[in-house]
Ligand binder design. Sequence first.
Ligand code: SF4
Ligand code: SF4
Ligand code: SF4
Length: 165
Amino acid sequence: MSAPLTRRALLFGRTAPAAPALRPPWALAEAAFASRCTRCDACVRACPEQVLARGPDGLPRFDAVAGECTFCGDCAAACATGALDATLSPPWELRARVGDGCLPAHGVVCASCREICPESAIRVPPGGRGAAVVDAERCSGCGACVGICPTAAIALSHAPLEVPA
Ligand code: SF4
Ligand code: SF4
Ligand code: SF4
């Protein structure tokens, strides 16, 4: 049986690309993380926002569709193996990216992402006159804008900030 179409697919005739696994905040680089993590699920159980879940590979993942990371630190505090290292700063390099399903880019008024963003990192041209724009320097990658978007137009991806020379 084929997967149900997303609202975005119905509106725009395409499906969202498969997203790479996003790890919890303060996770080591992927190879080191996979090596250190014992798949104990302590971080998953510790998360008060329930935005962490065990993935098909047995490793914990951050699911921004489920909600927002508040950077409370409970996951890193619960990790006894060092796979999550609370001394890392910033906790991750995730940034929100707006895709072509953004309603204002198609003349429809919407500002749900701007209204929920705790960092005031999103600008939306008024009157449905252009897509939402994310200020990458303000964005914390918290994911609050991801699940609220009615067309699933926002995704998180790794985008290291450029460090001035
Ligand atoms: S920092 Fe807090 S809200 Fe974010 S993933 Fe960890 S436990 Fe959950
Ligand atoms: S608490 Fe640490 S070792 Fe356990 S599943 Fe989470 S990241 Fe892996
Ligand atoms: S990920 Fe969080 S901080 Fe970044 S634009 Fe979305 S709501 Fe704002």
